[in-house]
Design a protein around this ligand. Structure first.
Ligand code: BGP
Length: 482
């Protein structure tokens, strides 16, 4: 048996894509509440003012806020050991900088954790998953403002104290390395955008803009490190992890220049944040990168000590796809999980153009484990697909089962190779809103939700074929993948 006893099988979600109830229970607006839906070809737009006549996917999302009992019961039925969710920061601190939390918001998650307990499901909580309170975005240009560190620390401390008896597994930030890329400015760093313009900045950044962005990311590093220290003080049982958008970038050819290009990309888009958060200091290659791009990161005295003290307990990551790097300007570009790269001729792509690469998961796990030697946790993996109801009225998502089976097999091999893996939470276990495109049509779930791209549907839930398959996988602790 490859997977150890107590292996944490489950599913993963994020409040802004799942929860809805955007202005209920005292919740304030968050950055995602200002972002419209889109598609691959029509990027999501960022609005300074919320337009009451426009549909914003996060406002209702798939209404976990009202369906949480039903959703968690379905997870119980599948036998989940673990449920990854994020807490919506502006549900707890509506504007982000209040001194006292919103009691009704705290109560909501007590109720959620009580449901989890009924089915022996362990919650894994992301403290911040692309959900900065709008108030902090406006006042400080998001994480660019050093003040946001204190707001985050107050928020995280509230959570550690409040849920001390309910939660011991935490992630400080979702996919923190998205902030190391220009497209992470709004979504990950909560910075202000250009009114009515795409949330993913398409034009190249100036050196000044890059300096702001890397300062914002630095502030997240400091905030995370502080939270790790406090979280351990409040409850020594707490296990607090980082979370990286995991990516494998292969050299497109054996041309040493392609190899160096792939290495540079892996360094700044993947390893950089992990190096800071696991090793407790900036890696050597960051200096050269900052110099080449005229970037000045505004750090303060004492930050280095904080980073060194607040290193994480485990390395969690999302993994969907891989890509290639090439210095050849003619090489064909593909689309992907916010990272784009060169198309790999050995791989097939999903309907959304993400290149499917289970073997890449095994390679990635071995690379990460060799580098850090701390436990890994796969907290996102899955296939976004357009599920169509069959004539018999059901959802026969064998393509999803195939994708998941191949990835679980690869993960099993990595464990056999000697990698220490804590668990696996499949992304979007209940259909939810896509982060990159804002679509509902791009579905990941074991559970179907009646909701479309324009906000129509009554939210009722249905089990897909993959639901019954995953139940068997969990029951057999990964031995039965048929
Ligand atoms: C990750 C995010 C998730 C999730 C997932 C799938 O980057 O952490 O929030 O959405 O990607 O991406 P998408 O929703 O764009 O298909």
């Amino acid at each position: 048996m490859a997977f150890k006893e107590g292996f944490l099988w489950g599913g993963a979600t994020a409040a802004n894509q799942f929860e809805g109830g955007w202005n209920e229970g005292g919740k304030g607006p968050g950055v995602p509440d200002h972002i419209r839906g889109g598609t691959v070809s029509a990027p999501r737009l960022w609005d300074k003012e919320i337009d009451p006549n426009v549909y914003y996917p996060s406002h209702q999302a798939v209404d976990f806020y009202h369906f949480y009992k039903e959703d968690i019961a379905l997870y119980g039925e599948m036998g989940f050991k673990c449920f990854r969710l994020s807490i919506n920061w502006s549900r707890i601190y509506p504007n982000g900088d209040e001194l006292e939390p919103n009691k009704e918001g705290l109560e909501f998650y007590h109720n959620v954790f009580a449901e989890c307990k009924k089915y022996n499901i362990e919650p894994l909580v992301t403290i911040s998953h692309y959900e900065l309170p709008w108030g902090l975005s406006v006042k400080y240009n998001g994480w660019v403002g050093r003040e946001v560190i204190d707001c985050y620390v107050r928020y995280a401390t509230t959570l550690f104290n409040e849920y001390k008896d309910e939660v011991t597994l935490w992630l400080t930030f979702n996919e923190i390395n998205i902030g190391a890329q220009a497209f992470g400015r709004i979504m990950s760093l909560g910075m202000q955008g250009d009114d009515g313009k795409p949330m993913f900045k398409l034009e190249p950044e100036t050196a000044e803009e890059m300096s702001d962005r890397f300062t914002a990311l630095h502030n997240q590093f400091v905030a995370s490190a502080k939270a790790v220290v406090i979280g351990h003080e409040i409850n020594p049982e707490n296990k607090i992890g980082l979370m990286i958008a995991g990516s494998m970038t292969y050299p497109y050819t054996p041309n040493p220049l392609d190899i160096k290009d792939a290495q540079d990309r892996m360094n700044m888009s993947n390893w950089f944040c992990g190096d800071v958060q696991v090793r407790g200091h900036y890696p050597y290659y960051a200096k050269r990168y900052f110099k080449d791009h005229n970037v000045t990161v505004r750090m303060e005295e004492g930050d280095a000590e904080i980073l060194a003290k607040g290193t994480v307990d485990f390395y969690s990551f999302s993994y969907y796809m891989s890509s290639c790097a090439s210095v050849d300007p003619e090489a064909l570009k593909g689309s992907g999980n916010m990272f784009t790269g060169i198309v790999n001729p050995y791989l097939k792509a999903s309907d959304w153009g993400w290149q499917i690469d289970p073997e890449g998961l095994r390679i990635y796990m071995k690379e990460v484990y060799g580098r850090y030697e701390i436990p890994l946790f796969i907290v996102e993996n899955g296939l976004g697909a357009n599920d169509v109801r069959s004539e018999d009225g059901k959802f026969h998502d064998d393509y999803r089962i195939n994708y998941l089976r191949d990835h679980i097999k690869a993960m099993e091999q990595a464990v056999e190779d000697g990698v220490d893996l804590m668990g696996y939470t499949m992304w979007g276990c209940t259909d939810l809103v896509s982060a990159s495109t804002g679509e509902m049509k791009k579905r990941y779930g074991f559970v179907y939700v009646d909701r479309d791209n324009d906000g129509n549907g009554d939210f009722h839930r249905e089990r897909k074929d993959s639901f019954f398959w995953y139940k068997k996988v969990i029951e057999s602790n990964g031995a039965d993948l048929d």
